[in-house]
Design a protein around this ligand. Structure first.
Ligand code: CDP
Length: 202
């Protein structure tokens, strides 16, 4: 059985939390595609050339401790505008999306470019304020030294870069269902997404 759930949307909208919960409920495999770009960004921060880093990405790159930092997030969105970087990461994501047993992928271009035939497409979004607050709380909980203003600016800058790039810009697929989580609890957001998956798989 092939069944793909594509979860796209801007930074800190809740895609990862929803995706993990859906993976638990459905038994589908889960891929956080942002981690691939973060790993390329981290290698670039180390001095590697981004295209070469994307072409030689390995499992250890994806296990680095620093992938969730604000600095790596920014670099990720910078390397993500390079078409050859995206191309190098394409076939792995496509095969993952169509693996037997079902797959959930979260990112920016899953429903539009990686898997346009996905059975379920949800565009998860929230206000910039709500997303910046969530990301700020996450980074502080990790022990990072950041201010709310800095995080809000980083989120807004990254949204602008992700939405305006020429290759695979962040946008809802035409057939995506938009889920705004600004005023939803985590449990309510997960329920809403799970209901959409159930309707499409019925
Ligand atoms: O967790 P958060 O939503 O903040 O970001 P992420 O999903 O880890 O993605 C980090 C960056 O990678 C994004 O800002 C995008 O520039 C890039 N990305 C992308 O271009 N395409 C994807 N499918 C996933 C991430």
């Amino acid at each position: 059985m092939q069944f793909t759930v594509a979860l796209d949307g801007p930074a800190a909208a809740g895609k990862g939390t929803i995706a993990k919960a859906l993976a638990d409920k459905t038994g589908f495999a889960y891929l956080d595609t942002g981690l691939l770009y973060r790993a390329v960004g981290a290698r670039h921060l180390d001095g590697d050339e981004p295209i070469a880093a994307a072409q030689s990405l390995n499992a250890a790159d994806l296990e680095r401790e620093d992938l969730r930092t604000a600095q790596v997030a920014k670099k990720a969105s910078e390397v993500a505008v390079i078409p050859e970087v995206r191309e190098a990461l394409l076939s792995f994501q496509r095969s993952f999306a169509r693996m037997e047993g079902g797959a959930i992928l979260d990112g920016r271009d899953i429903g539009t470019v990686i898997c346009p035939q996905a059975e379920v497409k949800i565009y998860v979004t929230a206000s910039v304020e709500a997303r910046a607050r969530r990301r700020f709380d996450e980074l502080v909980a990790r022990g990072d030294d950041v201010t709310f203003e800095q995080v809000a600016q980083d989120v807004a800058d990254r949204d602008a870069r992700d939405a305006s790039r020429d290759t695979a810009p962040m946008k809802p697929a035409e057939d995506a269902i938009v889920l705004d989580t600004s005023d939803l609890s985590i449990a309510d957001a997960i329920d809403a997404a799970y209901r959409i998956v159930q309707q499409k798989s019925a």
